[in-house]
Design a protein around this ligand. Structure first.
Ligand SMILES: Nc1nc2c(c(=O)[nH]1)N[C@H]1C(S)=C(S)[C@@H](COP(=O)(O)O)O[C@H]1N2
Ligand SMILES: [Mo]
Length: 397
């Protein structure tokens, strides 16, 4: 913690201010035993707990799950999710990394020239921008309990553990080439590991095929700004369409091997467990989903209005969204709005003549590969991939 505060002092003034503000706001969630004076300065008591996040997390923008923070999708105004509204999924506190001493190691028996890059080295490499979502594998998890009646373990997200951003960085493949990627490595086994520099070095492997996809990035910018501390500064992996955990933040090390790399996030977590999954496969792709952009169980005025939402696919572009006002008995087409980028999301809307009373709105998306949200899915213990259309409750006054 001492080291973190020291690094904060090296940040430009406004970032240091943000950090302090983030600390104060995180008190409610984390219950840290710090003492705030009326002037807003912070005195640290003996039992001080480390702060978990850097950015402000106002309750009108985020649903508070403690260390994890869910975006209120109804508060998004445009296509891209601003860093200030992007959900956070952290295994431990966001580390504050000093870019001057930061190094990226590339090693393992799959590369002939192991290397260590500085941040400036990274900036000199070829650059590419990709617009795609990052979504937690557990997005929608609360519906295992609320719809299927059997709770899954983990953060009880509704559908706000997703955001879409323009990520800018270096294609991962370019870095692997410089490190002398060997020929003849297996293509479809999980043998390219990205490891974070957070306290417990969260890591996850992908396949070589995915690592060499030119849209798989080591990103250093988000929506045209340096990555925020909570989202992986100075660099994070962007693995379009794959589960959130593959988008490793605060990257510190890359390991390439000639065989599968087993880590906790492929053997214990981020695997499918349940009666329908005897082999416990590690997750790769996200699932096709849609969400209504209204407060959950909120109240809206009656009369003609436009209801909005989002739909996204891990493998393509959204081609159709249908909505149902009668819990799935009948469906009608919603309008799709541009932009509608593959592996990012499409925004949709429809006009509704809302009559007073209790209602539920359902949306169902289809992508250009012919995938549609299913009517049911098997339960799994850790609550991944929930993508059955959900009945979004709404009151009309
Ligand atoms: N180093 C590191 N990377 C990480 C995580 C983490 O805890 N540590 N969380 C992962 C998970 S589970 C998700 S869903 C995404 C969340 O990214 P975000 O916080 O920028 O929204 O980051 C992934 N990358
Ligand atoms: Mo996640």
């Amino acid at each position: 913690m001492e080291a973190q505060r020291e690094q904060t002092d090296h940040l430009p003034l406004h970032e240091a201010q943000l950090s302090r503000r983030g600390f104060m706001l995180s008190l409610g969630a984390g219950g840290a035993a710090a003492v705030l004076s009326p002037a807003g300065t912070t005195a640290f008591a003996q039992t001080e707990k480390p702060k978990l996040h850097v950015k402000p997390l106002p309750s009108d923008l985020f649903i508070d799950h403690g260390i994890n923070q869910e975006t209120r999708l109804e508060r998004l105004m445009g296509y891209l999710t601003p860093a200030g509204q992007f959900y956070i999924r952290n295994h431990t506190a966001s580390p504050l990394i000093d870019v001057k001493t930061w190094r990226l190691k590339v090693e393992g028996n799959g590369v002939g020239r192991p290397l260590e890059l500085t941040f400036d080295d990274l900036l000199r490499l070829p650059t590419r921008s990709v617009i795609c979502f990052v979504e937690c594998a557990g997005n929608g998890r609360s519906f295992f309990k609320d719809v299927m009646g059997r709770a899954a373990v983990g953060t009880q997200w509704r559908l706000g553990a997703i955001g879409v951003a323009e990520w800018t960085g270096v294609p991962l493949g370019a870095v692997l080439e410089i490190a002398g990627l060997k020929k003849g490595l297996p293509n479809d086994t999980l043998n390219v590991l990205i490891e974070g520099a957070d306290a417990n070095k969260v890591s996850r492997p992908m396949t070589l095929e995915k690592a060499l996809d030119n849209e798989t990035l080591l990103a250093y910018a988000m929506n045209g700004e340096p990555l925020a501390a909570d989202h992986g500064f100075p660099a994070r992996a962007i693995v379009p369409g794959w589960v959130g955990i593959n988008n490793v933040k605060w990257v510190g090390r890359i390991e390439v091997r000639d065989s599968k790399i087993d880590v906790a996030t492929t053997t214990k977590t981020y695997i499918l467990e349940g009666p329908d999954y005897p082999d416990n496969p590690p997750l790769r792709l996200q699932t096709l989903k849609s969400a209504v952009a209204l407060p959950w169980g909120g109240t809206i005025p009656g009369g003609r209005q436009r209801i909005r939402g989002f739909a996204w696919s891990p493998v393509g572009r959204i081609t159709k969204v249908e909505v149902s006002l009668d819990r799935g008995a009948t469906w009608r087409a919603a309008n799709l709005r541009d932009p509608n980028i593959p592996r990012a999301w499409g925004r949709w809307d429809f006009e509704w003549d809302a009559k007073p009373g209790d209602h539920s709105l359902m949306a169902r998306a289809t992508d250009d590969k012919g995938n549609t949200q299913p009517a049911s899915i098997p339960w799994n213990r850790q609550g991944y991939g929930y993508n059955v259309p959900v009945a979004h409750p709404i009151k009309v006054s």
